[in-house]
Design a protein around this ligand. Structure first.
Ligand code: SF4
Ligand code: MG
Length: 331
């Protein structure tokens, strides 16, 4: 069963310089209980897409449909959306310091969240908040209940955010770069935590990240975005073992999470195109090692492989592998 289904979602953002085509005609379906990864460099439109889905973009023109449990989120008014946000859809943002209120204890912020959506006693809300804080690995949750966000480390704040997103048992969690600011060990722990929550509660998770390698062990489905476009979408297993799009192949070669001492990281050179103009050819053509004449002139068609992978590319064979660049080993 599909929990969320986006159909031809487009987002145009008016700016002083003109209209930014932040998301262009993106469709995807997330099945119940899946971990769905959305990956792309910064500016690829992945965060804008998530915000548009949640009705958090003001001043943007959002078109298409986003069916959540059969209801088009884009057709709801603010009040209806607020009721869904938090209770049916939980969000975890990149920066817990800006998402948690600095002047309120973490316990009061979580119970406030419960009281907004459910009629429960203060005591019951407190007990639930503490239980969830324990579940996400906050030690002495009972004592830490009255602590303020600044009294926690970055990793612990991220856990508090996850507790807050999960406490109402939403059907869907959208985690936008939940681990970017944290060190590698904490990143792994947070991912593991989200993964175990998914197993325990059957929560569907949309995980947004710029690091494709991070998703490799956890994602059922992966959607690769670039310059507002969906370039490849398919089961995690085939995306990682056999990327069909040159950009996906490039992301894999450049992923720090894939790095092993002695291996080679190959950065994707060049910059994404401006989103002020819609490209006539392939959006990746200026950086693609496999670009052909047709790529600069015409939009690539969507090809379907093995009934499960969709790729927007003219290439009829596997992407080539550019010469690796040997980087100094990190300390
Ligand atoms: Fe590269 Fe052409 Fe495929 Fe675009 S369509 S990714 S330029 S090969
Ligand atoms: Mg972002």
């Amino acid at each position: 069963m599909a929990v969320i289904e986006a159909k031809r979602l487009s987002v145009r953002i008016p700016t002083e310089d003109g209209i930014v085509h932040a998301v262009q005609d993106v469709s995807f379906t997330v099945e119940a209980g899946q971990l769905f990864g959305i990956v792309g460099e910064s500016g690829s439109g992945k965060s804008v897409l998530a915000q548009a889905v949640m009705g958090l973009l003001s001043g943007a023109e959002v078109t298409g449909e986003v069916l959540f449990e059969g209801v088009d989120l884009l057709a709801l008014d603010r009040r209806e959306l607020r009721a869904i946000r938090g209770s049916r859809i939980g969000m975890i943002f990149q920066d817990p310091l800006s998402s948690l209120h600095p002047y309120f204890s973490i316990g009061s912020q979580i119970t406030e969240m419960i009281h907004t959506h459910e009629r429960v006693s203060k005591l019951a809300a407190r007990a639930r908040a503490i239980e969830m804080l324990e579940r996400v690995g906050i030690p002495n949750a009972d004592e830490r209940f009255d602590s303020y966000p600044h009294q926690f480390s970055g990793g612990m704040r991220q856990r508090v955010m996850i507790a807050m997103a999960l406490v109402l048992r939403p059907a869907l969690i959208i985690a936008d770069e939940p681990t970017t600011a944290l060190d590698v060990t904490v990143q792994a722990q947070i991912l593991e935590l989200l993964e175990s929550m998914r197993r325990e509660f059957g929560t569907t998770v949309i995980m947004i990240t710029h690091d494709l390698g991070l998703l490799s062990s956890v994602a059922d489905q992966v959607m690769v975005m670039y310059a507002g476009n969906r370039l490849e979408i398919g089961p995690g297993a085939s995306i990682f073992s056999d990327p069909a799009h040159p950009y996906t192949a490039g992301l894999l070669r450049s992923s720090p999470a894939n790095y092993e001492p002695g291996s080679e990281l190959v950065p994707i050179t060049g910059r994404p195109p401006s989103l002020l103009r819609l490209a006539s050819g392939c959006v990746f053509s200026s950086r693609c090692p496999d670009a052909m004449d047709v790529c600069h002139a015409q939009r690539p068609p969507l090809r379907v492989y093995d009934d499960s992978v969709e790729v927007a590319c003219w290439l009829e064979h596997a992407p080539s592998s550019p010469e690796p660049v040997t980087l100094a080993q990190p300390d």
